[in-house]
Ligand binder design. Structure first.
Ligand SMILES: *[C@@H]1O[C@H](CO)[C@@H](O)[C@H](O)[C@H]1NC(C)=O
Ligand SMILES: *[C@@H]1O[C@H](CO)[C@@H](O)[C@H](O)[C@H]1NC(C)=O
Ligand SMILES: *[C@@H]1O[C@H](CO)[C@@H](O)[C@H](O)[C@H]1NC(C)=O
Ligand SMILES: *[C@@H]1O[C@H](CO)[C@@H](O)[C@H](O)[C@H]1NC(C)=O
Ligand SMILES: *[C@@H]1O[C@H](CO)[C@@H](O)[C@H](O)[C@H]1NC(C)=O
Ligand SMILES: *[C@@H]1O[C@H](CO)[C@@H](O)[C@H](O)[C@H]1NC(C)=O
Length: 566
């Protein structure tokens, strides 16, 4: 009797010691497998990763290449601990065919990514009774077999980036705990009822395959929450119904031309399809909607009910021309983010278009064809993350002076909004073409002033008057420059000492000083710009705005001609 007690006590002591050794991690240093696998302990997780370099060093005595199919998994016995997840990783091997592995009953995660595996035997992983995660990404598998034993604990199966074209097996195999299945980047052509038995499945990734809808609709597992079907070849809505649990649906980059109801979907991506219209009422639970890259001519209406929409992306719409106020009236109170960018025909935004969006925090209107926008389109102060108007061909006319007077200074005071300045430029009128609008704040009321009102030092002696229609004067400018050039040359050569003004062919005389200063330059307006701006700079060193003010068409006042004879 005593004998047994002693043995029992000894056992308790020994196992306690053993546990301590485990905890101190010493075992990881001494275990043989850790000589060719990188053993890392992280809290309640132990991870063993095969390392080719270490294996070569280790196997010099043995002189063998590593063979997954014959490797003795009992070598892991020493490392087993209760309640610890146990991950084993073999990557980068050349294992074309996986036979039935001896396996290990304590391994919870098996990662066999990137091993050139083309064929996996039925029940190859049947001996991994505790397996919860199996990853076979980046191999060359074509058929999904019944890899695991029944019953199994498998929750997470990753088969992405293989050559799978046959998933019929998934219909008959029992994977009653499977919650995650990744079949993206494969060669699947159609899906019918194959997945309907995966009752625990929550996340299903079928993106980047070649799935078309055949005659029959796709039947989805009944508890599915997230479905990714983007980058396939669907030409129509692929389901008859979707499960009530489905909240995330990604159908981008297909050729879908109509939609059907999905009452509980919250995030819907239909970007880059062939939709000409969108049924706003079909998705009453929507919070995020991406309709970019479709053929809608107007933003959709979202019914008469207030919606929960928080974000709408409506970019790259080739047919969108205007945004009407009625689109957002009263129904999209929660909207935080709105993107309408890269729409090449979008020229009009109605008064108060976004004014009803009380929660709007970010408005992206960049790279459209907007020449102007109404000041009252939005409540500028409420938009924390700013209104992005970059890349639009803004007409910097007097009607947009409010932008420079009120919006830009407010944006300027918030550093995080400065990123919205670099491509916020004028496209018109010609004098401000390509100028940063933020620089036009240097002078008061700049867009509304005529040139003669400008009080830039030195300006008045160079240019006395500007025409009203500035942008029309480009051609005339070139005529004048040409004439001035000729005139200057003549004056230089012949009649400089006479001190007479040179009459231009189609306009009043030009001061000789200007003609002379131009005579050395080529007849291009950019040169003229340079000359004039350098005059401005040299006359007044306090002009530090950093803006080169262009000058177009020096239309010369006849009354002041004849000054500065040579
Ligand atoms: C393999 O182990 C060597 C030496 O321990 C290390 O330098 C190398 O980065 C490891 N290789 C990988 C792929 O982790
Ligand atoms: C290792 O194997 C190769 C051929 O597989 C052989 O040529 C070589 O002699 C072997 N080295 C040792 C140390 O056994
Ligand atoms: C694996 O190794 C254990 C000892 O660690 C041994 O008992 C067992 O027979 C080996 N199994 C195979 C298949 O070689
Ligand atoms: C393992 O987990 C079970 C259930 O959570 C618990 O009863 C047991 O004490 C744990 N064992 C260890 C060694 O932590
Ligand atoms: C599935 O795998 C692909 C390819 O590696 C990856 O990009 C994607 O994020 C995965 N899907 C999910 C839902 O995790
Ligand atoms: C959608 O496209 C199919 C052909 O792919 C066509 O038969 C059908 O009329 C289209 N439906 C709509 C609503 O445009």
């Amino acid at each position: 009797m005593n004998h047994i007690w002693v043995l029992f006590l000894a056992h308790v002591v020994l196992s306690t010691v053993a546990t301590e050794v485990h905890e101190s991690g010493e075992l990881l240093n001494t275990a043989e497998v850790c000589q060719y696998m990188q053993c890392v302990e992280d809290g309640s997780k132990l991870s063993l990763k095969f390392n080719e370099t270490m294996w070569k060093q280790f196997s010099e005595q043995l002189n063998t290449t590593f063979d997954l199919n014959t490797w003795n998994w009992s070598k892991l016995d020493d490392l087993v601990q209760e309640n610890r997840t146990f991950e084993v990783v073999f990557n980068g091997l050349e294992t074309l065919h996986v036979h039935i592995l001896q396996g290990h009953g304590s391994v919870t995660t098996l990662n066999l990514d990137n091993n050139q595996i083309a064929m996996v035997e039925n029940e190859a992983f049947a001996n991994f009774k505790a397996l919860m995660t199996l990853s076979l990404r980046g191999n060359m598998i074509t058929v999904v077999n019944d890899f695991v034993y029944n019953p199994n604990m498998l929750q997470h199966l990753d088969l992405a980036s293989n050559r799978i074209n046959d998933i019929k097996g998934l219909k008959t195999y029992t994977l009653s705990h499977l919650t995650y299945l990744n079949l993206s980047h494969n060669l699947i052509k159609s899906i019918g009822t194959e997945l309907s038995k995966l009752e625990a499945l929550e996340t299903l990734d079928l993106s980047r395959n070649a799935i078309k809808r055949r005659e029959k609709p796709i039947i989805l597992p009944k508890n599915l929450q997230q479905l990714l079907l983007h980058n396939n070849e669907l030409t129509t809505w692929p389901f008859e119904t979707v499960p009530e649990t489905l909240t995330d649906l990604s159908l981008g980059f297909n050729q879908i031309n109509l939609t059907k109801e999905a009452t509980n979907v919250r995030r819907l991506d239909l970007s880059y399809n062939r939709l000409a219209s969108f049924c706003g009422e079909c998705f009453p639970s929507l919070e995020e909607l991406d309709l970019s890259g479709n053929y809608l001519e107007a933003l959709p209406r979202f019914g008469n009910q207030p919606t929960r929409l928080r974000k709408i992306s409506f970019n790259r719409m080739p047919n969108l021309q205007s945004i009407e106020r009625s689109t957002f009236q009263g129904v999209t109170e929660q909207l935080h983010e709105l993107e309408i960018s890269f729409c090449p025909q979008l020229t009009t935004i109605e008064f108060h278009a976004f004014a009803d969006l009380k929660e709007l925090k970010r408005l992206d209107l960049s790279y459209n064809a907007l020449q102007q926008v109404p000041e009252n389109m939005v409540n500028w102060n409420q938009i924390e993350q700013g209104v992005n108007l970059q890349g639009n061909p803004i007409n910097c006319a007097c009607s947009m002076q409010w932008l420079v007077d009120r919006v830009i200074p407010a944006m300027h005071s918030k550093r995080e909004l400065h990123k919205l300045f670099p491509n916020l430029r004028c496209a018109q009128p010609a004098i401000y073409k390509d100028h940063l609008i933020v620089h036009l704040t240097v002078h008061d009321n700049l867009m509304c002033r005529k040139y003669q009102e400008m009080d830039l030092p030195g300006m008045e002696t160079v240019v006395q008057l500007m025409k009203e229609h500035r942008q029309m004067q480009f051609v005339r400018a070139q005529q004048i420059i040409l004439a001035a050039l000729i005139c200057g040359i003549i004056l230089e050569g012949v009649s400089a000492e006479l001190g007479v003004a040179c009459a231009l062919p189609a306009g009043p005389p030009v001061p000789i000083g200007l003609a002379r200063s131009l005579s050395g330059s080529k007849s291009s307006s950019s040169k003229l710009e340079l000359v004039v701006s350098s005059v401005i700079r040299s006359r007044d060193s306090s002009f530090t705005g950093g803006v080169v003010l262009p000058v177009v068409a020096p239309d010369v006042d006849a009354g002041k001609s004849g000054v500065s004879p040579l």
